[in-house]
Structure formats: structure tokens, C-alpha cells
Write a protein of this length. Structure first.
Length: 330
């Protein structure tokens, strides 16, 4: 048992800076018993930096399907035949209505998510700007958007309209990216994140694990995101969807997924770590383990193209652990 090594890692992360790449790479070889011991430490880290609060995010898909990109995991790409819904951008009234419903449900943040490379027409941008202005005027919600590869000028306009935060995943490590996406490149993803930061927005940046990448590539993504100095990290585990390029990929094994969460908490000790897609499938009846591994948030309700579990089940699980559910959106 590598108790000393584990203690050293926890001590390094407790200073808030996180463990080194070399230390993170060693986690790949920890046995289950060693991981269980490690989780006592990552649970302490979560508690030290995040306390008892568990953030629950929710998303609203404001525009679905018909995307020209070919991200291998995504049911919304027009290059794959899937039964995912397709519709154009919802009108402002519908978006504002959805925001009010989210506020009534207890959310303190509302997120507008759209499919596609980016908002592709001036009218679409104007529509989202109008929706954000109205949400700011008519509710007390914080606002978040996930709109794809947006340029700096458009993001500045969104910020001026009242947008608080931008969500944009890097999807996977730079060295694995072209195996997953060929219609744009990793640098485009990074630039979109930099644009959001430059526009003065808070940023939420993560990826999807279990797409055939190595553990070293998971560490590579974590270190890249550490360099970007972002506020939150959505952790998705691939749920292979019929018709997509990755439909035959298996689900990640539960302890592998926990190892990944623990690595992220150790590399990024102070970040908000949300477990999003794949949570129910990968962790089944052991979902509470994600908090010991280091997560301090979940994506609740439904996902972009698939259904999530009953929100009451999530709240019961969080409260049973003596933790405190807090609503927001990403
Ligand atoms: S992840 Fe986004 S950009 Fe990629 S195919 Fe899906 S909707 Fe399009």
C-alpha cells in the first residue's frame, strides 16, 4: 500500500495548487485498495475547498441537432443517423418561460445550450441576447450559455447583455482530439475558451472520458485546463449512443471513472467538479462514491439528448450523505 505517496499527494493538493503531472500519472497504477485509501484524502480535499455544498446544474437545449461537426460521441451531428430530436432556436418567450420554471424549481442559474459549430446567424445571436436581457430583467437568475465556437465580439455582446458564464468543453486531450473530431481542431476549442475569458465571462470547461483515450491523455487534458485557470469542470463519461461513431465503445468501469475524478480533484483542487453525462450508467447504485472521489456537483434533470434520473433521487442521495444540495445551471 502506497500510504506515504498518497499522503504526500493530498498534502500537495491541500495547498490549493494541485499535484504535478508526474504525480498524477502514478495514479494509473493504484490498486482498488489504494484507491479506497486515496478517496479518504480526496473527500477531505472536497470538504476543505467546497464544504458540504453539492451544486446541481441543469441545462436547457435551446437548439437541437443538425450540426455540421462530426464529434464522434454526439447524437446531434448530422453526419450520424440517430433518433435525437432536431429543432431550430427556441423563440425568446419559450427560453424566458423555461428560465422562470427553473427559478421556480429552485435554480439560481439558467443555461442556454445550442447545437452547432456556433450561433451561425446574426438573428440567432440577437435572439439569445434578447433572452438574456429578459431573464436578467424578469428573474434573479445568473445566466450561462453553451453556444459552441464563439468569437470574441459576439461574446462581448453577450456579456454586455448580462451573460455571467460561458460553458465550453475541450472534449478530450489534444493528442487524442483528431480521433474524435475531424471537422475542427483542438486549438479552435481552446481559442473559444480564451475568447470567453477575454470577454470577461466566467468559464466552465471540461471533457468526456472513456472515448478510447489513455490515462495519460486524461492527465494531459486536466493539465491543459489547469493552465486555462477556469472556474468549473464538467466531467462526462461516454454513454455510447446508437448511430454515433463511438456507438461500440464500452462504458468506462466504475473504479476507472472514480480514479479519473480523484485525479481531477488532485490536479485542480479548488475547481468545481461536476459529474455530468454517464453518471447513472457508470456508477449505477454507487453514485454517492463520486463525492468521496472529489466531485462537488452533478448535472441533474435531463441531458442534452438523453434522459437523466428523477431529481428527487439525486436530492435524497446528497442529503443521505449529510451534504447540502444547491441548484444552478451550467
Ligand atoms: S458536440 Fe456540439 S459541435 Fe460537436 S457534433 Fe455535437 S452539437 Fe455539434
Amino acid at each position: 500500500m502506497r500510504k506515504d505517496q498518497i499522503k504526500q499527494m493530498i498534502d500537495s493538493a491541500l495547498d490549493g495548487k494541485g499535484i504535478t503531472r508526474r504525480q498524477a500519472l502514478e495514479l494509473e497504477f493504484f490498486s482498488r485498495e489504494e484507491l479506497d485509501y486515496l478517496f479518504e484524502g480526496t473527500n477531505r480535499l472536497r470538504d476543505r475547498f467546497k464544504g458540504d455544498d453539492v451544486k446541481i446544474c441543469s441545462i436547457v437545449n435551446a437548439k437541437a441537432g443538425k450540426c455540421e461537426e462530426d464529434c464522434g460521441f454526439c447524437a446531434q451531428s448530422s453526419q450520424f443517423k440517430t433518433d435525437s430530436p432536431e429543432y431550430g432556436l427556441l423563440d425568446v418567450e419559450k427560453i424566458v418561460e423555461a428560465a422562470k420554471e427553473a427559478e421556480a424549481f429552485g435554480s439560481n442559474e439558467f443555461s442556454i445550450v445550442t447545437s452547432g459549430t456556433a450561433l451561425n446567424r446574426r438573428e440567432e445571436l440577437d435572439q439569445v441576447i434578447e433572452a438574456i436581457k429578459r431573464i436578467k430583467e424578469e428573474t434573479n437568475l445568473e445566466t450561462c450559455c453553451s453556444l459552441g465556437l464563439m468569437n470574441l465580439d459576439d461574446l462581448r455582446e453577450l456579456k454586455a447583455a448580462g451573460l455571467d458564464r460561458c460553458h465550453h468543453n475541450l472534449e478530450t486531450a489534444a493528442s487524442h482530439f483528431e480521433k474524435i473530431v475531424t471537422t475542427h481542431n483542438y486549438e479552435d476549442e481552446v481559442q473559444a475558451v480564451k475568447n470567453a475569458k477575454e470577454a470577461g465571462l466566467q468559464v466552465c470547461v471540461g471533457g468526456i472520458f472513456g472515448m478510447g483515450e489513455t490515462f495519460a491523455q486524461r492527465v494531459e487534458l486536466a493539465i491543459d485546463i489547469q493552465d486555462l485557470e477556469t472556474q468549473s469542470f464538467p466531467v462526462n463519461f461516454l454513454k455510447p449512443l446508437e448511430g454515433t461513431a463511438l456507438e461500440n465503445m464500452g462504458l468506462m468501469e466504475r473504479y476507472e471513472a472514480l480514479r479519473t475524478i480523484a485525479m481531477l480533484r488532485l490536479v485542480l483542487p479548488t475547481i468545481d467538479l461536476f459529474v455530468c453525462g454517464g453518471r447513472e450508467e457508470v456508477f449505477t447504485n454507487h453514485q454517492e462514491q463520486i463525492f468521496a472521489a472529489g466531485a462537488n456537483g452533478i448535472l441533474g434533470g435531463n441531458y442534452l439528448t438523453t434522459k437523466g434520473q428523477d431529481p428527487k433521487r439525486d436530492i435524497d442521495m446528497i442529503e443521505r450523505l449529510g451534504l447540502n444540495p444547491i441548484y444552478q445551471s451550467i
